[in-house]
Design a protein around this ligand. Sequence first.
Ligand SMILES: CC(C)(COP(=O)(O)OP(=O)(O)OC[C@H]1O[C@@H](n2cnc3c(N)ncnc32)[C@H](O)[C@@H]1OP(=O)(O)O)[C@@H](O)C(=O)NCCC(=O)NCCS
Length: 182
Amino acid sequence: MTKEALKLSGERIYLRPITMANATTEYVDWLNDAEVTKGLLATGSKATLDSVKEYIAARVDDDNTLMLAIYDGATDKHIGNIKVDNFEHGAQTCELGIMIGDKDYWGIGIGKEVILLVLDHIFNVLDMRKVLLAVYANNPGAIKLYENLGFEEEGVFKEHVRVGDDLVDKLFMSIFKHDFNR
Ligand SMILES: CC(C)(COP(=O)(O)OP(=O)(O)OC[C@H]1O[C@@H](n2cnc3c(N)ncnc32)[C@H](O)[C@@H]1OP(=O)(O)O)[C@@H](O)C(=O)NCCC(=O)NCCS
């Protein structure tokens, strides 16, 4: 199946490959909301419609990136994105990153539903063996979510990122196919 034809459907949400149509002012607003981005790799500059378009365009055509837009299944509203990249086909590893930009959707199990859908695809369709992610220590909610899903901490880069006035640890967490499918 081509990347463009992919659709992963859950109970409340569905995921489709991101397109240029997802570059909206709402998406720009998510990136300029410090609450949303405090746990994400900061670019340091203000997001604009052009910067979002540039970011999406670079990933749409990249064979080593699968970036999916997250939609509310009831309203078709775009509420965030999940990105899988850095596929290493020899070692069968890849990396995951998620952003639910619309804060109305936080804390109701959507992140969990999205990651479970994507892990099932990564392990059982794309036949990866291990998925890695990075998370900042100032994001306890995300860490709790990943632990709930079976991710385990592999290592830490101490005081590695600056978030405002703070230097925070960058943690690496992973999950293996055999543990996910168990
Ligand atoms: C982090 C993020 C993906 C969490 O998604 P979410 O949909 O709010 O999380 P869920 O509602 O699915 O929570 C799933 C579990 O994680 C826990 N959790 C999630 N957010 C939490 C928080 N802020 N504090 C404590 N626990 C939290 C919940 O307790 C829940 O556990 P349960 O299943 O035992 O009830 C989302 O808030 C987000 O996208 N934030 C902005 C970008 C970001 O930080 N991304 C992660 C970068 S590593």
